[in-house]
Ligand binder design. Structure first.
Ligand code: GDP
Ligand code: MG
Length: 277
């Protein structure tokens, strides 16, 4: 009997009991905004255990989508209607079909080779596997002193207000069983999304395991995050959650982030573009 089977043994009502626990299907959700030059690095490093890749594009003006389809013809392209990383993730989560959903950035800062580590934490019986750069074995080559200070202060506030023990609040590399989605209820649009998710899974009483993760520098291009502006968005999200007294999971049937999923191009489309005739 696996660790996960043991964790849910005799508990047919447990939400995890609805999942295929012997061989869960794994979806990876990747939000992108002008990441054409970084995607080859990320997509070619996804481990074989990944069953589905959902790329959520936010109105990129470069070749993000074409590059993704060329490297991974089976990729699902989702176009967000609104803007912002939070909305992109909401759309990707709604589109994903896997038992386990992994969220990973497209800029080369998250190493896809770490995905099995996140999956193992879920298979060990946890609901949510939360990446941390600041637990033993984790590290960041990318974080600035301003971001690090803000992350620490905001993380401390969350730990005090919600009785959590998070070592890294604002990190975008996480994985979870799909039954967490109603509790996560991703309703925000911007970079406060990780904070909102972390607070909501804690308030819902879901079991969260921190997974050490090494963050690398963005390979090409500039970050879309503005430390001060987005720091205040995170603070507002924390206070908003504190002021809402009860945690109410959303009705999964009523949670429909708006997105478009265009038909995949016919196979050979990329080759035809590249050929001379
Ligand atoms: N779809 C979508 N993706 C976004 C948006 N903003 C940022 N991203 C993606 O979210 C990930 C993290 O964004 P990034 O700018 O690197 O922020 P940082 O990692 O906090 O510095 C990257 O893969 C971005 O391409 C957005 O508005 N829409
Ligand atoms: Mg980044």
């Amino acid at each position: 009997m696996s660790a996960l089977d043991e964790a849910t043994a005799g508990d047919a009502e447990h939400p995890r009991a609805a999942h295929n626990m012997q061989s869960p299907r794994i979806s990876v959700v990747i939000p992108t905004l002008n990441e054409a030059s970084n995607l080859p690095h990320v997509l070619t490093r996804l481990p074989d255990i990944v069953d589905e890749v959902v790329l959520v594009d936010g109105h990129s003006i470069d070749d993000t989508i074409a590059v993704a389809q060329m490297i991974r013809p089976d990729i699902r392209i989702v176009l967000q209607v609104e803007t912002g990383k939070g909305n992109a993730l909401a759309c990707g989560f709604a589109a994903a079909t896997g038992d386990i959903i992994v969220m990973i950035d497209a800029d080369g800062s998250n190493d896809p080779a770490e995905i099995p580590r996140f999956v193992d934490a879920l298979l060990a019986g946890n609901d949510f596997a939360k990446g941390s750069r600041f637990t033993d074995g984790g590290h960041s080559h990318d974080i600035t002193p301003l971001r690090s200070g803000g992350n620490r202060v905001l993380g401390f506030a969350v730990n005090v207000l919600f009785r959590t023990h998070y070592t890294d609040l604002c990190y975008g590399y996480n994985a979870f069983w799909r039954h967490c989605l109603p509790d996560m209820n991703v309703t925000c649009t911007g970079f406060e999304v990780e904070t909102l998710i972390n607070v909501r899974v804690a308030r819902a009483g879901l079991s969260v395991a921190e997974v050490p993760s090494v963050e690398h520098k963005r390979l090409h291009g500039e970050s879309n995050l503005h430390a001060v502006r987005d720091g205040f968005r995170v603070l507002r999200a924390i206070l908003g959650e504190r002021l809402s007294r009860r945690h109410i999971p959303v009705d999964p049937d009523a949670w429909h982030p708006m997105f478009h999923e265009p038909q995949a191009p016919p196979s050979g489309w990329v080759l035809r573009i590249a050929s001379d005739d």
